[in-house]
Write a protein that binds this ligand. Structure first.
Ligand code: PRP
Ligand code: URA
Length: 210
């Protein structure tokens, strides 16, 4: 497996993904689980954030101790479903800025179409975490990363909860320079480009639409 790909193996993440997949899990619980999984995965995906030593004084003595250094982070959800993951990341890095990329898959061709893009500046100096629960054909993820690069983004990470092998291969081939974090790698896509076993339509399950 490509060195830039990390598949999560933490039992808490696995457990929560199982609950997420269950068709009996309702909208409210589904939203909570997406947020919790995003936070647990974010903890892993941000383990290489640079730190620097600062001098502080404890009640006992002065010491040098690490804090996060460098330029600020940006979380960029792919609309709609990526929105469900944002608060989980903000719980870890409250100072992160939030950009948005609006893409929808054409129901017939399954090709992504852009309808919105707004990114925090200066985007080129930020660590950018793109979030979307589903990586199916990889079209939306790959196009979102293309947009961010066109706007100057350089240090890009992509985080999804469930990926199909087809989407993971496409994203890592189109963008070999980004880090990809996957909660669970599923079996395959079906004829409608849905992930099997997957969890159905992530946007509909988060927002209660159909
Ligand atoms: C879903 C999902 C991804 C995309 C994945 O969004 O949230 O963005 O499909 O599929 P792909 O890898 O084949 O591109 P969808 O287009 O259904 O829009 P929504 O979030 O507004 O429901
Ligand atoms: N988008 C989803 O929400 N689910 C899938 O299985 C594939 C694309």
């Amino acid at each position: 497996m490509n060195n830039n790909i990390t598949i999560m193996d933490h039992p808490l993440i696995k457990h929560k993904i199982t609950m997420l997949r269950d068709e009996n899990t309702g909208t409210n619980e589904f939203r909570t689980l997406v947020e919790e999984i995003a936070m647990l995965m974010g903890y892993e995906a941000l383990r290489d954030l640079p730190t620097e030593e600062v001098r502080i004084k404890t009640p006992i003595e002065e010491c040098m101790s690490p804090v996060i250094s460098g330029k600020k982070m940006a979380v960029v959800p792919i609309l709609r479903a990526g929105l469900g993951m944002v608060n989980g990341i903000l719980a870890l890095v409250p100072s992160a800025k939030v950009g948005h990329i609006g893409l929808y898959r054409d129901p017939v061709t399954h090709e992504p179409h852009e309808y919105y893009c707004k990114l925090p500046s200066p985007i080129e100096q930020r660590t950018i975490l793109v979030v979307d629960p589903m990586l199916a054909t990889g079209g939306s993820g790959s196009e979102a990363v293309d947009f961010i690069k066109q706007h100057g983004g350089k240090n890009i990470k992509f985080m999804c909860i469930i990926a199909a092998p087809e989407g993971l291969e496409r994203l890592s081939k189109d963008h070999p320079d980004i880090q990809i974090y996957v909660g669970q790698l599923d079996r395959e896509l079906n004829e409608n480009a849905y992930i099997c076993p997957g969890l159905g339509d992530a946007g509909d399950r988060i927002f209660g639409t159909k």
